[in-house]
Design a protein around this ligand. Structure first.
Ligand code: G1P
Length: 286
């Protein structure tokens, strides 16, 4: 079954990006002319998803403004001959649908995903953390396929140096990965100490989850950092259904810090046909 819904948790206050994020949500900070969240949405659309559920905060009205239809702007762009830009603006609500739900208190990633339950319904769905931008849609598409074949949830993984694991969710693999990088997961732990980590395979910000995870979220108790952790809800699923991990090999940009955002801006723009060569020349001169 094709996964149709993608949940994007975007209720965080972006404290690492203050003062910029006092007025502009972190997810709308631009890479070139495109807000960071749009890269994540385009990744989801490229994997066949057509319903985007943004979990936002009442303190971030800019998120709602970004998705509001603006026929006047579309018209102005068309008059100026900027058809591509006009088509991009017009696509919201025409080619894909967006729902905005609110997380009123910052109680953790598990809680944020739980806020999307009524918008998602009783179907498998993807979760994309917007602090990470992926090079393309292939990882998410592969994860959709693993979920459809196994009937269980799927997390994206990356192998890191053992000393880096404490900032992430970490999986306990049941076996070595197959030739496609897919492995069965025996357990998951959120932000373990280096000594307690079951492996050095961290969860990166892409998930395809079966809807029974909402029941597990509703039963969550505070976990690492006193928050309701999505990792703990998926660990509860392991007892009932096969959970898999897919080791990612695609490009991944961490935009969660100002430096990471700057690096992502430069790398992504260097790859663009339009601005890449000019930016490369300028960097050479610099
Ligand atoms: C969240 C998840 C964690 C995952 C990480 C990926 O952590 O809880 O399991 O490894 O995203 O970026 P956070 O970055 O919100 O602390």
């Amino acid at each position: 079954m094709q996964v149709r819904h993608a949940v994007i948790p975007a209720a965080g206050m972006g404290t690492r990006f203050l003062p910029a994020t006092k007025a502009v949500p972190k997810e709308l900070l631009p890479i070139g002319d495109t807000p960071a969240i749009q890269f994540v949405i385009d990744e989801a659309l490229g994997a066949g998803i057509d319903h985007i559920v943004v979990v936002s905060s009442r303190h971030k009205p800019g998120i709602e403004s970004y998705f509001e239809p603006r026929p006047d702007l579309v018209e102005a762009l068309r008059r100026a001959g900027r058809e591509d830009a006009a088509d991009r603006l017009a696509a919201v609500g025409r080619d894909w649908r967006v729902s905005i739900v609110f997380q009123d208190e910052p109680r953790g990633l598990g809680h944020a995903v739980g806020c999307a339950e009524s918008a998602v319904g009783d179907e498998p769905f993807a979760v994309l953390l917007p602090d990470e931008i992926m090079g393309d849609s292939s990882l998410l598409a592969q994860m959709n396929g693993v979920c459809a074949a196994s009937g269980g949830s799927v997390v994206a993984l990356k192998a890191v140096n053992p000393e880096e694991v404490s900032a992430y969710g970490v999986v306990d693999p049941m076996s070595d990965p197959d030739s496609d990088g897919v492995l069965r997961v025996a357990g998951l732990v959120e932000k373990p100490s280096v000594a307690e980590a079951p492996s050095s395979l961290i969860i990166i910000g892409r998930y395809v989850l079966t809807p029974d995870v909402f029941g597990e979220i509703s039963r969550l108790r505070p976990g690492a950092g006193g928050e309701l952790q999505l990792t703990d809800a998926i660990r509860a699923q392991v007892d009932r259904s096969p959970v898999h991990g897919v080791i990612s090999t695609i490009a991944r940009y961490d935009t969660g810090t100002p430096l990471g955002m700057l690096q992502a801006s430069i790398e992504i723009t260097l790859r663009s046909d339009e601005l890449g060569p000019q930016l490369a020349d300028w960097l050479d001169d610099l």
